[in-house]
Write a protein that binds this ligand. Structure first.
Ligand code: MG
Length: 322
């Protein structure tokens, strides 16, 4: 079990994080002494402190005292489970009580296990190892399920769920939402000329260049299909979206990836369609935002590619190359 956890930690690139929450400093010190050799330890002296800390550090596991002044362990756990950001963090209760009723209550509020006080070091270490392994395994598989393996961007499935989620978010807060649809120009020619392995490398480099322009945690950058990428920009109006599209084009131009079979230049270029809905509501849908961005992308292609298009021009919609 220990080796599996070590492998998962290595893959992730960071040691597991454990939050110790107890109103008695002596209990925290004891657990810390047992665990600090293998894990990164954070400490909270109250339920409220634990809640505040959790949002910031997103621990992989919480060891939670039950009896605390203010919010007790059960109440704190209930709140963690109401928050989408923290609901996946497993909580183990540390308690001297442990009647059947208490145990049921602990599972009811979302706990995964109990450890009796006074703490037995071997039992504590074994339970912690088990639950951390399960947590990191589940993170690992969830990650695979939403990631495009070639580019490391989100995949189409994740794009669809993110769009629905971010649409609702912007609708509730009456804010604009924008979408970029991005296509690599003459990519079929690229593959035919340079071969599919070079094509894959090109896709990965372009993906990296696109992603380098994003630093807001709630933006979503995905591989939409073949050589198409899509970026969801919640709470971004048309000007911001246009600026970002231009920056993305520039980043890819600066890669100077040779493309002998492009008809618009010597290097790999992008066509980008930008669409914005200022107030997401009943009159439109996430699908209509995709459709609009798609239409603008086709206009960008029809106008000669290697450009950004934000508005539809009916006349330009004819003779769009595939
Ligand atoms: Mg206590």
């Amino acid at each position: 079990m220990k080796r599996i956890l070590e492998e998962l930690s290595t893959l992730r690139g960071s040691r597991p994080r454990i939050l110790l929450c107890d109103d008695q400093p002596i209990n925290i010190r004891l657990a810390n002494a047992l665990l600090k050799g293998d894990y990164d330890i954070y400490m909270a002296g109250s339920g409220q402190q634990a809640l505040d800390l959790c949002e910031r550090i997103l621990p992989d596991l919480i060891l939670m005292d039950v009896n605390m002044p203010g919010l007790n362990g059960y109440e704190t756990c209930e709140r963690l489970k109401q928050n989408t950001a923290t609901l996946g963090i497993p909580v183990i209760f540390l308690t001297g009580l442990k009647s059947e009723e208490d145990e049921v209550k602990g599972f009811d509020v979302g706990g995964v296990d109990f450890i009796s006080k006074p703490i037995n070091g071997t039992v504590l270490k074994a339970r912690v190892l088990t639950h951390l392994t399960l947590k990191l395994q589940s993170d690992f598989y969830r990650n695979i399920a939403v990631t495009d393996s070639l580019t490391g961007l989100f995949n189409r499935r994740k794009f669809d769920s993110e769009l629905a989620e971010k649409w609702e978010l912007c609708k509730r807060s009456s804010q604009a939402i924008s979408l970029l649809m991005i296509d690599i120009d003459y990519f079929k020619n690229y593959n035919d000329h340079y071969g599919h392995q070079a094509g894959d490398r090109c896709l990965a480099q372009v993906a990296q260049a696109i992603r380098s322009n994003f630093n807001r945690s709630y933006d979503c950058v995905a591989r939409y299909g073949g050589e198409e990428f899509a970026c969801i920009l919640p709470m971004a109006g048309s000007e911001q979206a246009l600026k970002l599209a231009q920056d993305i084009s520039l980043s890819v131009a600066q890669l100077e990836l040779p493309h002998l079979k492009s008809e618009v230049g010597a290097h790999v270029t992008l066509s980008i369609g930008v669409a914005t809905v200022d107030s997401p509501g009943a009159a439109c849908s996430p699908a209509s935002l995709v459709e609009l961005a798609d239409r603008h992308l086709y206009v960008a292609k029809a106008r000669g590619r290697a450009q950004v298009c934000t508005e539809t021009e009916a006349s330009a919609r004819h003779d769009v190359p595939a």
